[in-house]
Design a protein around this ligand. Structure first.
Ligand code: SF4
Length: 322
C-alpha cells in the first residue's frame, strides 16, 4: 500500500468576482503529493498555477473543494489553526526584491517569521538566523546589509531562508528563479534540491519554464485556464506528452536532452476567457483537433497510462492508445 500523501487536494476551486462576471482561476483541480517530492505546476501566464499554490496555503480562501495536509482536513481553519499551519507550510516568492521590506536588514528579514510566529528569545533567534544563513549560503558579512545592497541571487537566498527558518515540511515555490540570471538560477535550484534532500521537504514548484520544471520536479501537472490537462511523472511526461496543449507547450522550448523530433507547434485561435467560461474543453478554440463534442462537453481527466492522467476527449485516438 502506498504511503499517505502529505498533501491531497480534491476538486479545488478558486473563483474571483469581477465586474464582467466570475473568473474561474482554479476550476476543479485534484492532485496528491508524497512527502519529500516536488510537484511542478506549469502553464502559460494566467492558467491559475500561482493561484493554486496560494489557495493551498490559505493566502486566499478556496471557493470549493477540499485540502488535506498530513491527513488532516485544512480546507476551513480557525485563526489559531492557521498560525500553526503557517509554521509547516511556507512560500518562496518570485521576486525577492518586492517581497522583502527595503527597510529591514538581512538579519531582521530572516528573523521576522520567528518573532511573529514564535516566542523565541533573542539568543535563539540569533542562533537560528546564523544557522539558516549558513545553510542557504549567505556569508555572515551580509548580516546587516539591506536588500538594495545585494544581488538577485542573494536576495532570493533571503527569501528561501525566511521560508525555511520555521522548519516547514511543505513549501510553495512560486516562480522562485524566473527573476534571476540563468547562472544564478542553477545555483538556487541546486540549493533548493540539496535542502529538500536534507530535510525531506515537499515542494509545489510553480513555473512557466519547462527546463526548470524538468530539472526540479518528480511529477508535473500542466494547467490550462484553471484546469489540469495532463499530469504524470516528469520522465513519463517528457517521453509521452499526450495532451495537444502539452505537445504545443513542450514544442516551444529548447530541451537538448530530449530526442524527440522537435517541430514547433504554433497555437492559433483566441484564448478562451476565464470569465464565466462556456461548457466544453477550454482549449477547444486553439486546438487543431477539436470536434463538435469538444465545444460542448468538458473533458474529465482519465488515467491513460499508469499514473498518467489526461483530460482530452480524443487522447486515445490521437495517440494510438487502446
Ligand atoms: Fe482538443 Fe478536444 Fe482534446 Fe480539448 S478535448 S484538447 S479540444 S481534442
Amino acid at each position: 500500500m502506498s504511503e499517505q500523501p502529505i498533501l491531497e487536494v480534491r476538486n479545488l476551486k478558486k473563483y474571483f468576482p469581477v465586474s464582467a462576471g466570475i473568473v474561474h482561476a482554479v476550476d476543479d483541480v485534484s492532485f496528491t503529493i508524497q512527502k519529500g517530492k516536488t510537484l511542478g505546476v506549469v502553464g502559460e501566464s494566467g492558467c491559475g498555477k500561482s493561484t493554486l499554490g496560494r489557495t493551498v496555503l490559505h493566502l486566499q480562501e478556496s471557493t470549493a473543494g477540499q485540502i488535506l495536509f498530513e491527513g488532516k482536513d485544512i480546507t476551513h481553519v480557525s485563526r489559531a489553526e492557521l498560525t500553526a499551519l503557517r509554521r509547516k507550510m511556507q512560500i518562496i516568492f518570485q521576486d525577492p526584491f518586492s517581497s522583502l521590506n527595503p527597510r529591514m536588514s538581512l538579519y531582521q528579514a530572516i528573523a521576522e517569521p520567528l518573532r511573529i510566529m514564535t516566542d523565541a528569545k533573542e539568543k535563539e533567534i540569533e542562533d537560528r538566523v546564523f544557522d539558516i544563513m549558513k545553510i542557504v549560503g549567505l556569508a555572515e558579512r551580509y548580516v546587516n546589509a539591506y536588500p538594495h545592497e545585494l544581488d538577485g541571487g542573494r536576495r532570493q537566498r533571503i527569501g528561501i531562508a525566511r521560508a525555511l527558518i520555521m522548519n516547514p515540511s511543505f513549501v510553495v515555490c512560486d516562480e522562485p528563479v524566473s527573476a534571476l540570471d540563468v547562472s544564478i538560477q542553477a545555483q538556487i535550484l541546486n540549493l533548493m534540491r540539496d535542502i529538500q534532500d536534507e530535510r525531506q521537504l515537499t515542494y509545489i514548484f510553480v513555473t512557466h519554464d519547462l527546463s526548470v520544471v524538468k530539472y526540479i520536479s518528480d511529477d508535473i501537472m500542466v494547467m490550462y485556464l484553471g484546469q489540469m490537462v495532463e499530469k504524470a511523472t516528469t520522465d513519463e511526461l517528457f517521453e509521452y506528452r499526450l495532451h495537444p496543449y502539452t505537445k504545443a507547450l513542450l514544442s516551444a522550448v529548447p530541451l537538448p536532452d530530449i530526442d524527440h523530433e522537435k517541430k514547433h507547434i504554433e497555437l492559433k485561435g483566441e484564448i478562451t476567457s476565464p470569465i464565466n467560461p462556456k461548457p466544453g474543453c477550454r482549449f477547444a478554440a486553439r486546438c487543431p483537433y477539436a470536434t463538435e463534442r469538444c465545444f460542448k462537453e468538458n473533458p474529465v481527466a482519465e488515467e491513460v497510462r499508469p499514473q498518467h492522467f489526461v483530460a482530452c476527449h480524443r487522447v486515445r485516438e490521437l495517440n494510438g492508445l487502446a
